[in-house]
Design a protein around this ligand. Structure first.
Ligand code: HEM
Length: 525
């Protein structure tokens, strides 16, 4: 029987889904085309056969990826770029040693077709390595479940309906601002302690500091837990969690998308991935168990509305609650810290934009210790535009993926039901054709002025989707945006951020992460 809390959440969820549907249909009005299964069925037989889609053969793909091959050791986004130059906007990646064959497209009209036909329970191919680990290696923890990101069909639909009201409602996000702000204030103090006394430049391991901030921030939301990562003698257990999460993402991606025999034998990389995943799972479970004990010791009268995500979900489904909490700790590190990195870097490289942002922040935070509230966060449109613009120029993820639930046609080719389609947006986001003066950091393009719509609105509506699209979009979107905006507000209120080194490069390791040391200078305002 459903508990009262669960009924309330289900009702909120129905409301949420309706609101989300309205939002999506208003988002896509501009260039929308009406697509029905019938349109494709009518023309499917006359379209070019799937087998004719260009792309490297399994042999060429393997040859290129081996030592001495032209793509050996190249990151995944680089491989995609090379094949796009060779084969055009639509090409096929072959299956190798059991890996999944997929089609890659770089046409916004195709993204629209794929998203508009994705159905009630959109499918995104799960990570086989993660599914294997959770269901075969650690059923003691996960039972038969592989987590929200890897679940499909009805199981995914039920999981998502349960977590949406807790994680995706703006109201439920804003209540965590004071806690997340306290973490941001600690981070500002940490910058003051670790930067060079004279030059004000931070040490070369600053990326690790940002990772620690990200884990600390997501842990207060997920578990109401203070991990102590920003203290000088920081907690080594949580530091291991960060390293484990980074290693396992890197290894999973390599095993999934590069030629590997892991499906048949336990390769050295596979063993390392299991070790890293074990580290993440075991430490997360310990932290979650501690949080659970704290909640059970909490007196009824002291319970309040800003309970952590875990606490709220525990009242509905304890196993799902634990799974979601692990995934929040796991998925909430590299993603948000990478987005903060690109935003700070672009503000450092564009001091005039940084100054406009600071003026906006000063209107609501006249002193450095003014309170940051849900109310004054509503009045930072330039901050929001700065974040969008940095996600455009230096996106955190390279694109989106769907497994199509019906036969469709892309660029004149048959795409049979069940095909995985990858939609590469990161290259398009930096093309003048879609965003005039695309290389320029121009937050203003996201703002409407004197009743004139924001210039970025004229781009195809399916290109800029940094958190994905539709019912399967990122479930951590609202928390991520709030965490990033809170931290950047505190940093820009306290420091002039500068960059005095050659241009920063990024590399793609499941998300785009900096390839060089983050040698930011933070001068006091
Ligand atoms: C800047 C930060 C982030 C970016 C850019 C980002 C981006 C994305 C994208 C593009 C997807 C795929 C969406 C789709 O297929 O339509 C996704 C899914 C997901 N994200 Fe995020 N994410 C971020 C932060 C987070 C955080 C902080 C969490 C955890 C609290 C999180 C948890 C997830 C989960 C669990 C999914 C799978 C959702 C599902 O399959 O239903 N993400 N994210």
């Amino acid at each position: 029987m459903l508990s009262r809390a669960s009924c309330r959440l289900q009702a909120i969820n129905i409301h949420y889904r309706n609101a989300a549907l309205r939002l999506f249909s208003s988002q896509v009005h501009a260039n929308s085309i009406d697509l029905t299964a019938n349109d494709f069925e009518r023309n499917y037989e006359t379209a070019l056969p799937y087998s004719k889609i260009p792309g490297p053969s399994a042999f060429t793909f393997l040859k290129n990826a081996l030592p001495a091959g032209k793509l050996f050791g190249k990151p995944f986004d680089e491989i995609i770029k090379v094949y796009r130059r060779e084969y055009g906007d639509l090409f096929k990646f072959p299956s190798l040693f059991g890996s999944m064959e997929f089609v890659a497209t770089h046409k916004p009209e195709d993204f629209q077709t794929v998203f508009r036909t994705e159905g009630q329970w959109p499918e995104r191919m799960g990570l086989k390595t993660m599914i294997h680990y959770r269901t075969k290696v650690r059923p003691d923890i996960f039972g038969k479940r592989s987590g929200l990101a890897n679940a499909q069909g009805k199981e995914w639909g039920e999981f998502r309906s349960t977590v949406n009201p807790v994680m995706m409602q703006p109201r439920n996000t804003m209540i965590y601002i004071p806690k997340v702000d306290a973490v941001a204030v600690d981070f500002v103090k940490r910058i003051q302690r670790i930067r060079d006394a004279k030059t004000k430049e931070v040490p070369e391991n600053f990326e690790n500091e940002l990772n620690k901030w990200a884990l600390e921030a997501v842990a207060v939301i997920a578990l109401d837990a203070h991990l102590g990562l920003l203290d000088d003698n920081y907690n080594k257990r949580s530091a291991k969690l960060i390293q484990g999460a980074k290693d396992s993402f890197r290894l999973m991606l390599e095993l999934e998308f590069k030629p590997s025999l892991w499906r048949f034998i336990s390769t050295p990389k596979f063993k390392k991935m299991i070790e890293a995943l074990d580290m993440v799972t075991d430490i997360s479970c310990e932290i979650i168990e501690e949080a659970r004990e704290r909640f059970s010791n909490k007196r009824e009268s002291s319970k309040n509305h800003d309970e952590s995500v875990l606490e709220k979900l525990l009242q509905i489904d304890p196993i799902l609650a634990k799974l979601m909490a692990i995934d929040m700790l796991f998925g909430g590190i590299d993603t948000t810290s990478s987005a903060v990195t690109s935003l700070l870097y672009l503000l450092a490289k564009n001091p005039e934009k940084q100054e406009i942002l600071r003026q906006e922040i000063m209107t609501k935070l006249p002193t450095k210790d003014s309170l940051l509230t849900a109310e004054n966060m509503k009045h930072f449109p330039y901050l929001r535009a700065c974040l969008k613009e940095s996600l455009r120029i230096l996106p955190t993820v390279g694109g989106n993926i769907r497994t199509v639930p019906q036969n469709i046609i892309l660029q004149g080719y048959q795409i049979p039901k069940g095909t995985a389609v990858s939609m590469g947006t990161s290259i398009l986001l930096r093309e003048d054709e879609h965003f005039p003066n695309a290389k320029k950091y121009e937050p203003e393009r996201w703002l409407k002025k004197d009743g004139v719509p924001a210039p970025a609105k004229s781009a195809h509506p399916y290109i800029f989707l940094p958190f994905g699209f539709g019912p399967r979009m990122c479930v951590g979107k609202r928390f991520a945006e709030m965490e990033i905006e809170t931290l950047v507000t505190r940093i820009i209120r306290n420091f002039q951020v500068e960059w005095h080194h050659p241009d920063l490069k990024f590399k793609f390791i499941s998300v785009n992460v900096p390839a060089d040391n983050l040698l930011f200078t933070f001068k006091d305002i």
